[in-house]
Design a protein around this ligand. Structure first.
Ligand code: ASP
Length: 326
């Protein structure tokens, strides 16, 4: 078992210098349980995990770790579905959604936030400094500004160009795994076995102005229960909201399902619900899950989803998630 896994890692390392890529197969599921551990959606999770790991190991806590981790992605203009440089809505406006949750089920969220590079930090302050869980739009912006956040233009030249090109056809049919599936969701378990999560996005590309997806909704884009585990989502937010995706994955783990089984059950449910809908052609959803033992999984409806893992043994590990449809 061990040899096969090492072989997978080595052969992947031979062709990829920055990170190793392995298949999420049976051997992977049997990786020895260990904590602390961090998993994040997509390959931009690699850099985010590194930052989060550094914070976690410095003893500053899991909450700061997930916040600082996803801030790396928010600040990267080359990540086209999160923060600065994210694809705008169909009116050319970048609107951001984010949420954060801690081991005590405290949570904070912002939706439809504009001109603030780090919505995750605003979400954290909503959690810590208001009696509420969610702030939206102008209220969220006013709150951010009152806390000293600087307003800035998040629409980069590249995003503007892409928007102008999109407008020529104005066809809302997101390209699977590219245009609307790049939220960063991060789950962390610390050395005490406590769970933390963060999720941040500019949402589906070319969405209607005012649209809010799953990512800032506790239970949809992110959920954790410190007794059980944590889950987070990426993909078409409308489909994830309709099943309360992340909360259901956690609930299934509570009932004894492994992270992989729990993710699969929810993806199957989503698949069944949407098979006959017009959105089927562009539907992609992916979940990551982490339980109290540090066991983890990633699973998606369609091929192409990957997630990043960081722990004592594995730094910079990019894992191709299992999927339902090739
Ligand atoms: N889930 C996000 C949304 O629907 C999109 C994504 O994952 O990129 O807003």
């Amino acid at each position: 078992m061990e040899n096969r896994r090492n072989f997978l890692k080595k052969s992947a390392l031979a062709s990829f210098s920055a990170s190793s890529i392995i298949s999420c197969d049976q051997e992977l599921k049997n990786i020895k349980k260990e904590i602390p551990r961090i998993i994040s959606t997509w390959n931009h999770g690699l850099a985010a995990n590194n930052k989060a790991w550094e914070v976690l190991k410095s003893g500053k806590g899991g909450l700061l770790a997930v916040e600082e981790g996803v801030k790396v992605t928010e600040a990267d203009p080359n990540v086209r579905s999160v923060g600065l440089g994210g694809y705008p809505d169909r009116d050319g406006i970048v609107t951001l959604d984010a949420c954060i949750m801690d081991k005590n089920s405290n949570c904070g969220s912002v939706t439809y936030l504009q001109n603030i590079k780090h919505p995750i930090s605003v979400a954290r302050l909503v959690m810590e400094e208001t009696p509420h869980v969610m702030l939206s739009g102008k209220g969220a912006l006013d709150f951010a500004v009152s806390k000293g956040f600087k307003q800035e233009n998040l629409l980069t030249e590249q995003s503007k160009k892409d928007w102008i090109t999109w407008k020529e056809k104005s066809d809302y049919k997101p390209i699977i795994n590219i245009e609307n599936h790049d939220t960063i969701s991060m789950l962390a378990i610390d050395e005490n076995g406590d769970l933390y999560g963060a999720c941040t996005t500019s949402g589906a590309a070319w969405k209607m102005h005012g649209r809010v997806g799953d990512s800032p909704i506790i239970g949809a884009g992110l959920f954790l229960d410190n007794e059980v585990g944590a889950a987070a989502a990426t993909g078409l937010g409308e489909a994830i909201i309709k099943t309360s995706g992340s909360a259901m994955v956690v609930e299934l783990m509570r009932q004894g399902h492994s992270p992989m089984q729990a993710c699969k059950i929810i993806v199957d449910r989503i698949s069944k619900l949407h098979k006959k809908g017009p959105e089927w052609d562009y539907l992609q959803v992916g979940f990551i899950a982490l339980n109290k033992n540090g066991e983890y999984a990633g699973y998606s409806l369609r091929k192409g989803f990957n997630f990043s893992l960081c722990d004592e043994k594995n730094k910079d590990l990019l894992i191709d998630a299992d999927y339902k449809i090739g």
